[in-house]
Ligand binder design. Structure first.
Ligand SMILES: CC(C)(COP(=O)(O)OP(=O)(O)OC[C@H]1O[C@@H](n2cnc3c(N)ncnc32)[C@H](O)[C@@H]1OP(=O)(O)O)[C@@H](O)C(=O)NCCC(=O)NCCS
Length: 169
């Protein structure tokens, strides 16, 4: 299977914040943003693997900045590392200033998707080759995040999480 670059999976979804999608402070409701990120990440995972993909875990979400009603929001997702059947997807969320058009980073998140066959069994996917410095940085840290996610899910013993242990040595 030929390796792919993060740019092969990059997925960009741009949409408005409508009144039905806000909380009582008139900012974007967290669950709505999670759904938008899940959709973008799912398309990125599908573009990388060209398989059926399912969300295995939401590893990290940071709601750093509230996103007001009427904002133009861009969700940008790309595969940051591919393992055997699982992929880490890094998602950046941007908000566009109405007058200047300048984008500022509002939030980010990291999801894990797994490629499966028609019976739901995990299946091998192509490797990922990072190109830019940022892509390489995200690639390098992804194994640590995978181990943390597996430990938290009770699927890996902390003593087997070599990358996590290395952090504290
Ligand atoms: C995700 C799913 C396919 C994993 O199945 P599984 O029986 O745990 O399979 P495996 O143990 O072989 O894991 C498959 C891969 O997922 C990874 N994985 C599983 N759980 C994970 C987690 N919590 N965090 C990170 N990676 C995880 C494994 O490390 C493995 O990766 P690799 O093949 O790249 O090494 C299965 O749990 C599933 O179908 N879940 C429901 C998915 C779904 O419906 N999502 C929508 C949410 S409503």
């Amino acid at each position: 299977m030929e390796a792919k670059a993060p740019s092969d999976s990059r997925t960009i979804l741009t949409d408005l914040v409508l009144p039905s999608e806000t909380n009582p402070l008139n900012n974007l409701f967290g669950g709505e943003l999670l759904a938008r990120m899940d959709r973008a990440a799912s398309i990125a995972a599908r573009r990388h693997s060209r398989r059926i993909v399912v969300t295995a875990s939401v590893n990290h979400v940071a709601f750093n900045k509230a996103i007001p009603l009427g904002s133009v929001v861009t969700v940008e997702a790309a595969v940051s590392r591919a393992f055997k059947s699982s992929m880490e997807i890094f998602i950046d969320v941007w908000v566009e200033d109405r007058e200047s058009g300048r984008r500022s980073k509002a939030n980010e998140a990291i999801y894990t998707f797994v490629a499966v066959d028609e019976t739901g069994t995990p299946i091998q996917i192509p490797a990922l080759e990072p190109k830019t410095d940022l892509e390489k940085e995200r690639y390098d840290a992804a194994l640590r995040r995978k181990q943390l996610s597996l430990v938290l899910a009770g699927k890996m013993k902390p003593s087997e999480a070599t990358e996590l242990k290395a952090l504290f040595e």
